[in-house]
Design a protein around this ligand. Structure first.
Ligand code: CA
Length: 100
């Protein structure tokens, strides 16, 4: 097995684990043991980053060679790239919905 194929398998395995964790909604977003208004930013972040995180996870799971080329890892969920991609997708979805 070449090094590239081994890395692709690793990123796919990591993406599977990250996928399960990413789509689990946790009410106590800040982990302080209470559900309060302080968790609201976590809830908003969970929704806001969803499209970008979905795209990153799909690349890691289904196109690992592309994910490796762009150095995309599960650590990038909720990160800068997802923060750039997510609003573009949200705005596109809103525009598409408006045109329909
Ligand atoms: Ca909390």
């Amino acid at each position: 097995m070449s090094k590239s194929l081994g890395l692709e398998a690793q990123i796919m395995t990591a993406a599977d684990a990250a996928w399960a964790e990413r789509w689990q909604f946790v009410k106590d977003a800040n982990g302080d043991g209470l559900i309060t208004i302080s968790d609201a930013m976590g809830w908003l972040g969970w929704v806001f980053f969803a499209p970008g995180d979905w795209l990153l996870l799909m690349l890691m799971s289904h196109a690992p060679s592309i994910a490796l080329f762009f150095e995309i890892t599960p650590a990038m969920l909720y990160g800068t790239l997802s923060g750039i991609v997510s609003p573009v997708i949200w705005i596109s979805l809103l525009l598409i919905e408006e045109w329909l």
